[in-house]
Design a protein around this ligand. Sequence first.
Ligand SMILES: *Cc1c(COP(=O)(O)O)cnc(C)c1O
Length: 233
Amino acid sequence: MSCKENYLEVLDKVKKDLEKAGRDISECTLVAVSKTKPLELLKEAYDAGCRDFGENYVQELVDKIPNMPEDVRWHMIGHLQTNKVKYLIGKTYLIHSVDTVKLAKEIGKQSEKAGIVTDILLEVNVAEEESKFGFTADNIMDGVREIAKIPGVCIKGLMTSAPICEDSEENRVYFRKLKQLSIDIKKQNIDNVYMGFLSMGMSGDYEVALSEGSTYVRVGTAIFGERDYSKKN
Ligand SMILES: *Cc1c(COP(=O)(O)O)cnc(C)c1O
C-alpha cells in the first residue's frame, strides 16, 4: 500500500475509534511521525491531507521544513538536547518531549530572545522504564509548578510513550494514569498551565490511547512503514 493509502486508512481508523469512545472527531489530531523518512513520502501524506508531522531529530526537522509547504505544523516528539534548542525555536507548532526543568528553561530563554512563546507538553515516563526520558508521576507536579513560572513557554498538556508490548491493552493502565495526572494538575489551577492536550498512542496502541482520552496520536510505522536506521549517519 502507498503511504497515501496508509495515511487515509489510519485517519479513518482514528475517526472510528473516537466515535466508538463517544468522542468528537475534532478532539484528536493524527500526527504522522516521519523521522528517517524521505520528503517524497511526507509529500504523499501531505497530498492525502496530512498537515501535522512529527520528527525526533533537530537537524532532520530543520532540514525538512523549507522543503515542505508552509502550512505544515511541525511537532518535535523526540528527546531534545539543551544545546540544540536554539535551532528549533520558532519552527515548531508544539514540542511534545520536554522532559526536564532545565530544558524548559532553555526553551523559555531562546523563545524570549525571539519574542515568542513556545507551546510545550511535558513528557511523563508513566511506565517508569529505565530507557526512557521524562518526569515521573511523583515529580511531575513539582515540574509543572517550576516550568509554569518560566517566561517564553506555555504548558499545554502531557505526553507519554508507553512500552512496546504484544497486547496494546497492557498499556491502558499507563494512558489512564497520564489522563489522571492531567486532571490532578488541572485541579491546581496554576497560572500559565493548560491541561487541554494528551499526546499518547503510537502505531501499536493508538486505539487504546484514544479510548483513554488521547488528543494527539503519534503514528509512524503504520503510515510510512518500518524505519531503516542503518542508513542514518
Ligand atoms: C518514533 C516515535 C513514534 C512513532 O512510533 P510508531 O510505532 O512507528 O508509530 C511515536 N512517538 C515517539 C516519541 C517516537 O519516537
